[in-house]
Design a protein around this ligand. Structure first.
Ligand code: FAD
Length: 452
């Protein structure tokens, strides 16, 4: 591996790969990922990706996003995301992504919290279709080098400027990788939870690094629990039953086989209703029935869910399945602006690891793939723009050998001798910060209620 590059990207999810593809061939891009390139949450996305269908739907889409987010969203971020959606969808199609079509026109489905169908999809494996296509494109680019089983342990920084990373190589050795610009695209925090739909290796490493280096965070108390994951007593990642199943007509039943909630409300509301019902029933799950969806629609729109449930012993075309809420998404993260810039110079954050307030307190279904792509593209554009504007200054400030030296001074290998302890400490720090912010939020909320 070359230790000096132009741009480092951490993560091979939708955000990291899309960001990499925006750089011209003269920019050397190095992407690293902790596991194999396919093991990202982006590959798991089932439901789809939102798109503004026409100007007439702008207000509706905006309001649905704000309402799901309890109006805590940053309006400017929401507007940028929605306004960019058609252009992002077109870019994906140009890369080779195949969205479902009816009579040649793009088809749209609906999920909880959406007032109308506006979600592009590919069967129930939209994430695999999008991210797999991006990965194929990345592999074709000569200027992009991708290293698997290579873990970011830390960043190299001095006087609030980032110079690159401390990494662990596949053979376990600790080394450094330097670049004028670094983009963190390392996903959420699901690996910190016992029940989560996320890959277990996605443990909020960037959030721990931000805490260590006092990089600003935002909304870390906002953690989304998905209402419907398949209930099983087996250990491991929880299997998601996409919201679009309910969007297409599936209903929830309690132990007496009665409906107890409007299934198309935003996730946090449906989750709360399920938790309450489970307590009343004294059961660790409620039932989900697809009886109102035609068998051929289940088989064509949800083949992956059908197959997986069958493996678990349930035929969804004939019987209900037990479902339980599970950790799913992190709305908070490293504070970033509309260009993905963080509070540290030359350090960017995009996708689930970042927070520009677009989701507010609760993400609207199918907004996250879109958000990851929109702001990854903007971050890449910003890196290129800054590079152009400050070329002379940066030639002296960040010339690569000088940069390497600065990084060398900062790199103290002793810090990473006991990596098990270092990683455990990271996880602990993130958990504590989430709990601390939750408490602070509750106190503030109670205070506001009392005062007002
Ligand atoms: C089951 C499931 C279904 C979903 N369905 C939908 C949906 O239908 N629509 C939608 O919009 N969203 C959906 N989401 C959410 C969406 O997939 C993710 O929020 C989004 O794709 C995040 O993309 P990302 O690129 O930011 O992160 P990820 O795709 O999670 O990628 C993170 C990457 O960072 C790497 N990484 C992490 N830490 C390190 C480290 N220390 N060093 C090196 N590499 C590291 C990981 O290996 C991985 O490659 C779903 C999520 C799940 C889990």
């Amino acid at each position: 591996m070359e230790r000096e590059t132009d741009v480092i990207i951490v993560g091979t999810g939708a955000a990291g790969l899309f960001c990499a593809l925006q750089f011209p061939e003269e920019t050397k891009v190095t992407i690293i990922t902790k596991e194999d390139a396919e093991s990202s949450d982006s590959f798991l996305a089932q439901g789809g990706m939102c798109m503004l269908r026409s100007e007439e739907d702008f207000d509706g889409y905006f309001e649905d996003t704000m309402k799901a987010g309890h109006y805590k969203n940053n309006k400017a971020s929401v507007e940028v995301m929605i306004r960019s959606s058609q252009h992002i969808a077109q870019k994906l199609i140009d890369y080779g992504v195949e969205f479902e079509r009816r009579n040649g026109e793009l088809a749209f489905t609906r999920e909880g919290g959406h007032s109308r169908p506006r979600i592009l999809f590919h069967e129930d494996i939209t994430g695999k279709e999008i991210t797999g296509t991006l990965l194929e494109q990345v592999k074709k680019r000569k200027n992009i080098k991708l290293y698997e089983y290579t873990t970011m342990l830390d960043i190299l920084c001095k006087d609030n400027v980032c110079y690159g990373l401390v990494i662990q190589m596949p053979d376990g050795k600790v080394d450094i990788l330097t670049a004028p610009d670094t983009v963190l695209a390392c996903g959420g925090i699901g690996g910190l939870y016992r029940h989560s739909t996320n890959f277990p290796h996605i443990t909020g490493d960037a959030i721990a690094i931000a805490l260590r280096h006092k990089i600003s965070l935002q909304d870390v108390n906002y953690v989304q629990i998905h209402p419907t994951t398949l209930y099983t007593e087996k250990q491991g990642r929880s299997f998601l039953i996409s919201e679009s199943v309910r969007g297409e007509g599936a209903v929830l039943y309690n132990a007496k086989m009665e409906r107890f909630v409007d299934e198309l409300q935003p996730r946090d509301i449906v989750t709360a209703a399920i938790h309450k019902q489970m307590e009343e029933d004294g059961k660790p799950y409620v039932w989900l029935s697809m009886e109102h969806i035609a068998k051929e629609d289940i088989l064509s729109h949800f083949p992956n869910i059908y197959k997986r449930c069958l493996e678990e012993g349930y035929d969804v075309t004939k019987e209900c399945i037990p479902v339980v809420p599970g950790q799913h998404y992190f709305m908070g993260g490293i504070q970033s602006d509309l260009e993905g810039r963080t509070s540290m110079k030359h350090l960017y954050a995009v996708g689930e690891t970042s927070c520009n307030g677009v989701h507010g307190a609760n993400r609207l279904a199918s907004n996250s793939l879109l958000e990851s792509l929109v702001f990854a593209e903007r971050a890449a554009e910003d890196v290129l723009k800054q590079k152009k504007q400050t070329q002379e200054l940066r030639a002296s400030e960040v010339n690569m050998s000088g940069n390497y030296k600065a990084a060398g001074e900062l790199f103290t290998p002793e810090k990473y001798v006991d990596l098990e302890e270092f990683n455990q400490e990271n996880k602990q720090m993130v958990r504590q910060e989430i709990e601390r912010m939750k408490k602070e939020y509750e106190q503030q909320h109670n205070h506001d209620i009392k005062c007002g």
